[in-house]
Design a protein around this ligand. Sequence first.
Ligand code: NAP
Length: 252
Amino acid sequence: MRLKDRVAIVTGASRGIGRAIAAGLAREGAAVIVNNSNPSSDGLAEEVVRTICGAGGRAAPLRADVADLAEHHRLVAAAVTQFGRLDILVNNAGVEFREPFLRTRPETWDRTLAVNLKGPYFLSQKAAEAMMGSGGGKIINISTVHDHHPLRDRSAYAISKGGLMMLTKSLAFELAEHGILVNAISPGAILTDMNREALSVPENLNRCLGKIPLKRLGAADDIVGAAVFLASSESDYVTGATLYIDGGMLLY
Ligand code: NAP
């Protein structure tokens, strides 16, 4: 087990990529705080926890909106009080709204930046304080290939993730002296609730597959190996890096 006795928070872990990462970290021995934000997904977060605990792992659910800075203390405190420490933070929660630039509303911009960038920034600050008390830790940011490739009709999303890329590098720089390593994973097209409806349209699916040399959509489980690697001691000389997991999409 590569994460025995470690404690992790995974934001947005009720579904999709976050859910797969939470399960993957738990399989390697980590205790996991499984976060969601919407009361309607409490049942999903509880199911993730039940599955982990049913397989002999340790996990607890915690609803908190990462865009609400006042909630960050609760998230970190949940890890420390329930499992004794905090070693790993996965900033996975994210939102994407489809609006062409000329019709993007200020509310869309504010919510996107609050969840995808401001939340991870200040949650990392709180997490780093806790990690420093136990000798260091790992922060993993879930970005996207659109952190440096524009995405039509979702400019606020791409801009937020571009910011997340610089957040990763800036925090890696400043936190190195505290033994906290900060890296990112940038997925390509991974089939989840975020894109299921759009990709159910054959024309959209074929356009998307046309950009992927491996000729298939990714699954949430395709991201898990990289997350375990970046959370474990196998990556103890890796910081400020981004792993692109995209079936070769960026080769185009
Ligand atoms: P998803 O299936 O829509 O799941 C999103 C998760 O984030 C849910 O658990 C949701 O829980 C949670 N969440 C949303 N807003 C939150 C908030 N304010 N606070 C806490 N949790 C919140 O999305 P996904 O596809 O797995 O995406 C996960 C991450 O991967 C995102 O950062 C996304 O940008 C990134 N990504 C995805 C793809 C892709 O192709 N799917 C590609 C590149 C990058 P609630 O329902 O409770 O809010």
